[in-house]
Ligand binder design. Structure first.
Ligand code: PHE
Length: 450
């Protein structure tokens, strides 16, 4: 089916789609809360290091393999393998990637559903539907399932539209909206009393914490999750890039946008917490640590919006719309990984594949939602703490050891005539072969042991 494959219409189209994949709940929720509880700018600094030193090279491995093979992750890894054994390992790695992407989507869909429900709640309140508003914000099976299904349906409708009419079209609409809402919210929150204290906490690094090993591990995990690595999403997006584009500069742009938006989101969430404190909302837990994770998003921030009267309704709505958009442009990329495989290898139409795959993932989501206490944290841990770094490692091994070096170099050169004079050319091939695998293994080993 190679002749009928889609391709992004332009450089900008790819940048919006891939940065849409990268920028998600990981940036707007994960990064700020990790920064808040890990020494503010000290975490930011370590995150920058991990993103540039390890995640960017791994991202390049996925993009380069994808564009060369012009195929889904399973076919692509088989294609760059030289013999039967490596082809088999390629298939295994590819399947593991697709399954991981699907499982990430299964929990991500539940969380994204909460975002839609929390965006709808202020609207319900405004029209006087108090009962509905509390149903929307109270944790419950019915609400969790309904909104997860709505979110999955939207994701699958976009993916069934294809590369240009689905992924690119919607990323190009949603990403500018995301940026506008984010900047608007930051601008507003920074004018409120208490915000400057949050800015200080965020931007003045507490260096006593920056060189602790756990912080490095967290920063690396965050960088891999945030750049959507290891599960074939960046690989498949790379496969839709034209051979005329300079792939090294595209990868750099995605990394910079991803980091930039995470850093900006910190300027929203952390000051907002201190505004909340100023308005009488508790922001420290019993142990004296800043409240993080779900309590921060679904308790502290809504409590802040409540203290702001009618402005709070608008701000609360805008905030959860921002979260929903961020989640959607990421979830479509997660779904594209398995859907492209089913289309290309089993010859199903894109429409049929996207409904079949998203339906299957929705069933897994239902299982997770109904066994929330047992499965939710477990799936998040398995996929993001273990599978993603290990798969990232495998992709570095494919790009650095298994795939023929001259083909790797030829792929970098396509669309980048002066490649041989660039720093990237001199450093990346060696780097991906030695430094990345050793560093990822070290960090991963530490994680498992400790
Ligand atoms: N990068 C996304 C985020 O930050 C998550 C993601 C992981 C997307 C894996 C695709 C694949 O939220």
């Amino acid at each position: 089916m190679a002749g009928t494959r889609g391709e992004f219409s332009s450089r900008l189209g790819f940048i919006l789609a891939a940065s849409g994949s990268a920028v998600g709940l990981g940036n707007i929720w994960g990064f700020p809360t990790q920064a808040a509880s890990n020494g503010g700018a000290a975490f930011l600094l370590m995150y920058l290091l991990m993103a540039f030193l390890l995640a960017y090279p791994a991202l390049m491995a996925e993009l380069i393999i994808g564009r060369h093979a012009k195929a889904n992750i399973v076919t692509a890894l088989r294609q760059v393998s030289g013999n039967g054994l490596t082809r088999f390992i390629g298939s295994l790695t590819g399947f593991a990637g697709i399954i991981t992407a699907s499982l990430i989507l299964a929990f991500y869909g539940i969380v994204a559903g909460w975002m839609i429900a929390f965006a709808a709640a202020p609207v319900a309140e405004t029209v006087g539907a108090e009962g509905l508003a509390s149903w929307l914000t109270d944790f419950g099976n019915e609400r969790n399932l309904v909104f997860m299904l709505i979110f999955m349906l939207i994701t699958s409708l976009i993916i069934s539209g294809g590369v240009r009419n689905g992924i690119e079209k919607w990323s190009s609409r949603l990403m500018p909206m995301l940026l506008i809402i984010l900047m608007g919210l930051i601008g507003y929150v920074l004018t409120l009393p208490g915000a400057m204290e949050g800015v200080k906490v965020y931007l003045l690094p507490d260096f006593s914490r920056s060189f602790n090993f756990q912080l490095i591990v967290n920063a690396l995990g965050q960088a891999f999750f945030s750049l959507s690595l290891g599960v074939g999403t960046m690989l498949i997006y790379g496969s839709y890039i034209s051979k005329k584009e300079n792939i090294a500069s595209l990868g750099r742009a995605i990394t910079l946008i991803d980091i930039g938006i995470a850093a900006l989101a910190g300027m929203l969430i952390i000051p907002a917490m201190y505004v909340a404190q100023h308005n009488g909302v508790e922001i420290f837990d019993a142990g004296g640590k800043l409240i993080a994770e779900d309590t921060l998003i679904f308790t502290v921030l809504p409590a802040l919006f409540d203290t702001m009267g009618s402005t709070g309704v608008v701000i609360g709505f805008a905030f959860f719309v921002l979260m929903t958009i961020a989640a959607l442009t990421s979830s479509i990329s997660m779904l594209e990984a398995p859907v492209s495989y089913v289309c290309e290898v089993h010859g199903l139409s894109r429409r049929a594949s996207s409904f079949l795959v998203s339906g299957t993932i929705a069933v897994i989501s239902v299982l997770i939602a109904l066994n929330f206490g047992d499965l939710f944290g477990l799936v998040i841990n398995l996929t993001t703490r273990y599978a993603q770094p290990l798969l990232g490692l495998m992709l570095c091994i494919f790009a650095g050891w298994i795939w023929h070096r001259h083909q790797v170099l030829a792929e970098i050169k396509a669309g980048f005539e002066q490649a041989e004079q660039s720093l990237f050319w001199r450093i990346w091939p060696v780097y991906i072969r030695y430094v990345c695998p050793v560093a990822i293994l070290t960090v991963f080993g530490q994680k498992v042991l400790g």
